[in-house]
Design a protein around this ligand. Structure first.
Ligand code: FBP
Ligand code: MG
Ligand code: MG
Length: 335
């Protein structure tokens, strides 16, 4: 099947160049989902080495990166930036677009048959490769992720809402399921890697303490916790049923700015989340307003239902005595 047939994007109202790039991504994702579904039969879970950021690289990380770069060569993508490559690659000197991609997100989950994904961001190409990516997330022309789970789905925005397309394995086509996703407001779920509790700063500890205190604490209600360690899977849960995700900065060496990468993880997820009615910050400030200084730069990341995300920011503004207070005594958020 040709790339042009694997997803119908006629109603997207995007430029022909952007539509073409999304079709190429969907086409590669469709093939990748088959390889991922074969799991150990493909033998791609093996660890190969480390990428420029010191993260473990699996065979499938590199296969995915090469498949996306190959499919987009000669497309309107001029510059290609990937988690798996230290530098920006030049794909087409005449292209008007720049693509940033995490070809396989959550790849530590490949071996254990848990959902993984692909995250991408489409920007206008500048003449300088780095300048194409080191700009605010509000400059993104489109963003999306593919989740490879029980279903393979593409969640997409071109800045006019966020849509959900599910791959029909029978036909090999992504079909539109929801034209406008709305993050549900009512959810009591939070997602954070609590094993890092002792390394967090006081505001994040205070926020999580108050969630854990449940109906005996200042929030006066019980919460549920999730942690899949796969950003795409966490995002998909939040766009489906609400809640909040936090990967804050912490005191471990190398985690001074959290773990997740701004350009090809946080900026595209932030755009998708805002376009679905949610909010995304670095704990305090809006992610989409940040201008990254380098391609693989990390940022603390908090996103989800807007009022929850704004509440986290409010904990950062609390006076020291309030943040440091035992949860039972913290008065400001008592309901
Ligand atoms: O192992 P930790 O510290 O909980 O981090 C998990 C996070 O790291 C990631 O796996 C990073 O993505 P990659 O797998 O692309 O490096 C996220 O998907 C996930 O949210
Ligand atoms: Mg990732
Ligand atoms: Mg990755």
């Amino acid at each position: 099947m040709a790339a042009s047939d694997c997803i119908g994007l006629e109603d997207l109202a995007a430029s022909p160049e952007i539509t073409l790039v999304i079709r190429h991504i969907a086409h590669v994702a469709r093939d990748l989902s088959k390889r991922i579904a074969r799991g150990p039969l493909e033998g791609h879970g093996a660890t190969l080495g480390e990428n420029s950021d010191g993260d473990t690289q699996k065979a499938l990380d590199l296969i995915a990166d090469e498949a996306f770069a190959a499919a987009l060569t000669g497309s309107p993508v001029r510059w290609y930036a990937s988690e798996e490559r230290e530098d920006v690659a030049a794909l087409n000197p005449a292209g008007a677009l720049a693509l940033a991609i995490d070809p396989l997100d959550g790849s530590s989950n490949i071996d254990v048959n848990v959902s993984i994904g692909t995250i991408f961001s489409i920007l206008p190409a500048a003449s300088d490769p780095l300048a194409s990516f080191l700009r605010p997330g509000t400059d993104q022309l489109a963003a999306g992720y593919v989740i490879y789970g029980p279903q393979t789905a593409l969640v997409l925005t071109v800045g006019k809402g966020t849509s959900l397309h599910v791959l029909d394995p029978e036909t090999g086509r992504f079909e539109l399921v929801t034209a406008q996703l709305e993050i549900p407001a009512a959810s009591s779920e939070f997602a954070i890697n609590v094993s890092n509790y002792r390394h967090w700063g006081a505001p994040v500890r205070a926020y999580i303490d108050d969630c854990l205190a449940g109906d005996t604490g200042p929030r006066a209600k019980n919460f549920n916790m999730r942690w899949i360690a796969s950003l795409v899977a966490e995002t998909h849960r939040i766009v489906s049923r609400g809640g909040i995700f936090l990967y804050p900065a912490d005191a471990r060496p190398g985690y001074e700015r959290g773990r997740l990468r701004h350009v090809y993880e946080c900026a595209p997820i932030a755009l998708l989340i805002e376009q679905a009615g949610g909010a995304a910050t670095d704990g305090c400030d809006r992610i989409l307003d940040r201008v990254p200084q380098s391609l693989h730069e990390r940022t603390p990341f908090v996103f989800g239902t807007a009022d929850k995300v704004h509440r986290v920011a409010a904990y950062h503004d609390l006076p020291h005595e309030e943040v440091a207070a035992l949860f039972g005594r913290r008065g400001l958020f008592r309901q």
